[in-house]
Design a binder for this molecule. Structure first.
Ligand code: ADP
Length: 418
């Protein structure tokens, strides 16, 4: 495997989670991927790796299921692609704290700064760091770039990111709202501007990324001015297994009732709440939607969980219009946002007072395969825009690697151009 600075060289985008690794080898200009894959249950004997190349999918068990072992297996697939010269490796990093406002080329100093923010994302940043260490060791001549989930939201004003808690919590412990999923919010905002035919700098948007994790963001003049997630990705919307907002007093109350501690309760709020907690049936929106079409108690419970999800989302969208002053468009993305016609319909129904009127045919017609408008023509629009975080990672990586090779900068954020 070689390295270089040519125009059509692919980028390896790596997303190392606490128990999974997503990877893609893609052209940063066209977004076309040569290889995509997922390794699940990393670090356990049940680890499995699924990869797709030229429409063919293959599943295997990596011989060594540690992060370096998994990375070695992924790089083995790259070798199978022939004489592949990588332009760079782009890593998703969950938390960049206040230091990282843009993507950055990774060097020892950047690594130690990422390590320094790990207390803010103890489940995520250590896994991201393991991926970076393994990739650097295996590809020492290939530039590595970090793309942060938090970076896009660093433009939030002070009044939006401060909690009303003692100031020392912020000064000494970094307690503030950071926001997450910024790569997706940034990408779909740029795509929405293209679809609307209006410069992003003139638009006021609310973007709703609805996957297993869910967040909404207010985007004014292309910058995030507020978002629903906070110090951690637990705040805000109802999610698959995460509670989103709740009265902080519940923690003390339930600790006493259950004779337990804050760690156990936080685990419950992260893993047993949200759609799963509400329904007792599933964390998966597709499953709940299907169940909800039936009759009986289970169907009613499934519908109830989805109702809470849609109501909370609509309430957040309306609140996020405050920093915007007006709403030009609401953008749906993520697995639920792209696929669930009924969730989009219900949210639009709640938000009629903002001038959003569903176009039923258009709503049924658009989704992951086709971005587009789902409201009747009017001052306020709603759009479905499929997200593509890997493409943002690849573009930022290509942009930075080229800037470094021409000596212009070591940190930047690329603009989408398709
Ligand atoms: P992740 O956040 O892990 O990337 P995704 O963005 O893929 O997850 O979103 C997963 C969610 O999308 C799940 O709740 C899943 O049920 C939901 N989803 C996928 N397809 C559909 C569908 N056809 N209808 C409703 N929900 C769907």
């Amino acid at each position: 495997m070689t390295t270089g600075g040519g125009e059509s060289q692919p980028v390896l985008a790596l997303n190392c989670g606490s128990s999974s690794v997503k990877f893609a080898v893609l052209n940063p200009e066209t977004g076309q991927s040569r290889l995509v894959g997922l390794v699940e249950r990393v670090g356990t004997p049940d680890a499995s790796m699924t990869s797709s190349r030229s429409g063919k999918t293959r599943t295997e068990t990596p011989a060594d299921t540690s992060y370096p072992g998994v990375l070695r297996a992924i790089l083995g697939h790259l070798t199978d692609l022939g004489d592949l010269s990588l332009l760079g490796v782009g890593h998703r990093v969950v938390h960049g704290g206040e230091r990282f406002t843009e993507s950055v080329v990774i060097d020892d100093e950047v690594l130690s700064a990422i390590r320094g923010t790990s207390h803010l994302a103890p489940l995520h940043n250590p896994a991201n760091l393991e991926g970076i260490a393994a990739a650097r060791a295996m590809l020492p001549d290939v530039a590595q770039v970090a793309v942060f989930d938090t970076a896009f939201h660093q433009s939030m004003p002070r009044h939006a990111y401060h909690y009303a808690v003692p100031r020392t919590w912020y000064i000494e412990h970094g307690v503030r709202r950071y926001g997450f999923q910024g790569t997706s919010h940034r990408y779909v905002a740029e795509r929405a501007a293209e679809l609307l035919g209006t410069p992003l700098e003139e638009l006021r948007l609310v973007t709703a990324h609805l996957g297993n994790g869910c967040s909404a963001a207010a985007i004014r003049d292309g910058r995030s001015v507020d978002t629903s997630m906070g110090l951690t990705p637990l705040e805000g919307l109802v999610m698959g297994t995460r509670s989103g907002d709740l009265d902080p007093g519940i923690l003390g109350y339930m600790a006493e009732r259950l004779y337990t501690d804050v760690h156990a309760l936080t685990e419950t709020l992260n893993s047993e709440s949200g759609l799963l907690g509400l329904s007792g049936l599933s964390n998966d929106m597709r499953t709940l939607t299907n169940l909800g079409q039936g009759n009986g108690e289970r169907a009613e419970t499934a519908r109830f969980a989805v109702d809470v999800f849609c109501y909370r989302l609509a309430k957040y969208v309306a609140a996020l219009v405050v920093p915007l002053g007006r709403l030009d468009a609401l953008v749906f993305t993520g697995g639920i946002g792209e696929h669930s016609v009924s969730v989009r319909s219900s949210v639009l129904d709640h938000l009629g007072f903002l001038g959003l009127v569903e176009d039923r045919e258009a709503n049924a017609a658009h989704g992951r395969a086709s971005a587009g408008r789902i409201t009747r023509p009017g001052a306020t629009q709603a759009l479905v825009v499929p997200t593509n975080e890997e493409l943002v990672i690849a573009r930022d990586t290509a942009c930075l690697v080229r800037a470094v090779s021409t000596g212009t900068s070591s940190k930047t954020s690329s603009r989408t151009a398709d």
